[in-house]
Design a protein around this ligand. Structure first.
Ligand code: GUN
Length: 284
């Protein structure tokens, strides 16, 4: 069993982005990311802080917009429209989930597709579907980088994704398909889930249930990627995979924390860099 070091892979991506940013700055372009957060959700606050820190690390300009819980849809929409117009802002990210009275679809639809570094806008989702995209959604893109880091060839392998969210499960399946895996998407209503997962050469768990994937659900020698971020019965951070019991059965596995988490933010940096290049007509 090998533990995939998400921190190390993530660092390599950030170093590459930082180098490119330096080159871009010499051409007078500094990539800029706007991060919007509404309300006081503690997990979201941590994620947003980490995104700001990463921006600083790679040399981006970043601006945080912390809006109060009682922000109206009109206020939020109007901020997005202003950011769409600003030349110093190349990427706009609205941290989800939003408070219940706000409509996330409405906000996502308003973000200019060329500044949509989350790749959540329907135009970008469609582009991913047909394999003709500028931005890949950050978490699935990070998972692909982690799989590549193992040297395992995805082509022709059976890949099973557990979870069908718009942010992870669905685009994850599409990226695996682009690399010629045979992909099966499973979810809470799937029958005989364990049988299906036990046939997977590559298993991606994105369900949001602590230690849901047990050893009997995993094929000997599989690559197991854990997208989960949960708390166990003792309040300790853990993934969707029962790491201690599964680790000896697979060839590669990602830990939580230190696996997929750091990759997501690195891919956001990558997307913001791409956005800055696109908006300034820089090709190389
Ligand atoms: N909330 C959880 N994951 C994400 C993400 O990737 N992007 C945004 N905007 N919000 C999130």
């Amino acid at each position: 069993m090998n533990i995939i070091d998400g921190k190390a892979v993530s660092k390599a991506v950030r170093e590459r982005v930082a180098e490119e940013t330096e080159r871009l700055k010499k051409k007078g372009v500094t990539p800029g990311l706007a991060v919007i957060i509404v309300g006081e959700d503690p997990a979201s606050q941590v994620y947003v802080r980490n995104k700001e820190k990463a921006c600083e690390e790679v040399g981006f300009y970043s601006e945080k917009f912390a809006l109060p819980e009682n922000t109206t849809q009109e206020e939020l929409n109007s901020l997005v429209q202003k950011l769409n117009q600003r030349d110093d802002i190349n990427g706009i990210l609205c941290q989800l989930p939003l408070p219940a009275h706000l409509d996330d679809k409405e906000v996502i639809n308003l973000i200019s597709p060329i500044k949509d570094v989350d790749a959540f806008h329907p135009e970008n989702v469609g582009a991913i579907m047909i394999g003709d995209y500028h931005f890949l959604p950050c978490t699935p893109a990070g998972v692909m980088e982690l799989i590549h880091s193992t040297g395992v060839d995805v082509c022709g392998k059976k890949a099973v994704v557990i979870g069908r969210s718009n942010i992870v499960g669905k685009p994850m399946a599409m990226l695996l398909l682009h690399e010629n895996a045979t992909v099966e998407i499973t979810h809470s209503r799937t029958r005989n889930l364990s049988e299906i997962t036990a046939g997977a050469d590559i298993l991606v768990a994105a369900i949001g249930k602590a230690k849901f994937v047990t050893a009997d659900m995993v094929k000997e020698g599989a690559v197991v990627i854990d997208v989960g971020m949960n708390r166990d019965e003792n309040g300790k951070l853990c993934g969707d995979v029962d790491f201690e019991n599964v680790k000896d059965k697979c060839s590669y596995i990602t830990p939580v924390p230190g696996g997929v988490g750091p990759m997501t933010i690195s891919m956001l940096m990558q997307n913001t860099l791409t956005a800055a290049k696109l908006q300034n007509g820089i090709k190389d």
